[in-house]
Design a protein around this ligand. Structure first.
Ligand code: Z5A
Length: 205
């Protein structure tokens, strides 16, 4: 596998989507940007079901659905791209299941870990974990329109999600990105982290 795999993680409204677009414009070489849940036709259908504010899913059902979508995404999109030498910038991946269903929803860690072993044959080269004060993130997301099912969960749920992301950021393949301040300031922090951890990606042609 020769492409690099970068994932963007963090709480709601942290600015991941904005920053993926900016990084994709900056990086040389073959690149694919994608997202979870989603990234395939089936995955996007699962996404609609999961975000529907009228639906009620338990944390276990959420984790199963997220991983059903992820399996298709990994097999149909991520692995073929990496094998072809294309780097992948992915808006959320398995660490979101850990943070939301595990941290926020209280799902047993053994289940989260087992699903990851079954569904994820590839782990990211770099996980950019965005960190933002929960209220600020939710305000940013709310400014865009009606709340989806995850945005509508309470403040304490989102605080637990953030706490789990802070733990994930301590892993060797992860780096914590302060997502406060202007989009330009956040972009500079990301470029600095990528240049530090994956200098070959910035040099690729
Ligand atoms: N989920 C899960 O539970 N388990 C899983 O395994 C996976 C996902 C894979 C996906 O919804 C939901 O699925 C997600 C977790 C769950 N829900 N939550 N919570 P989504 O894709 O709609 O949610 P999201 O990933 O959090 O996306 P988001 O709300 O769009 O946030 P974002 O991508 O981090 O932020 P953004 O779209 O770039 O920016 C949000 C707004 O803030 C927008 O108006 C921007 O213009 C603005 N913005 C961006 N940067 C800044 C700065 N620096 N300053 C001020 N304003 C800014």
């Amino acid at each position: 596998m020769s492409g690099r795999f970068l994932t963007f993680e963090g709480p709601e409204g942290a600015g991941k989507t904005t920053q993926i677009a900016r990084l994709a414009e900056t990086l040389p070489g073959a690149l694919l940007t994608t997202r979870e849940p989603g990234g395939t036709k089936g995955g996007e259908a699962v996404r609609s079901a999961l975000l529907n504010p009228d639906a009620a899913w338990t944390p276990l059902a959420e984790a199963l659905l997220m991983n059903a979508a992820r399996d298709a995404h990994v097999q149909e999109v991520i692995l073929p791209a990496l094998r072809a030498g294309t780097s992948v910038l992915c808006d959320r991946y398995a660490d979101s299941t850990d943070a939301y269903q595990g941290g926020g929803g209280g799902l047993d860690q053994d289940i989260v870990d087992a699903l990851r072993r079954w569904v994820c044959p590839v782990e990211p080269d770099l996980v950019l974990v965005f960190d933002i004060d929960v209220k600020t993130g939710l305000e940013r997301a709310a400014a865009r329109g009606a709340a989806d099912r995850f945005e509508a969960k309470g403040l304490s749920y989102h605080e637990k999600v953030r706490a789990r992301f802070l733990r994930i950021a301590q892993r060797d393949n992860a780096v914590l990105i302060d997502a406060s301040g202007s989009p330009e300031a956040v972009q500079n922090r990301i470029l600095s982290a990528v240049s530090d951890r994956l200098p070959d990606l910035l040099a690729a042609s």
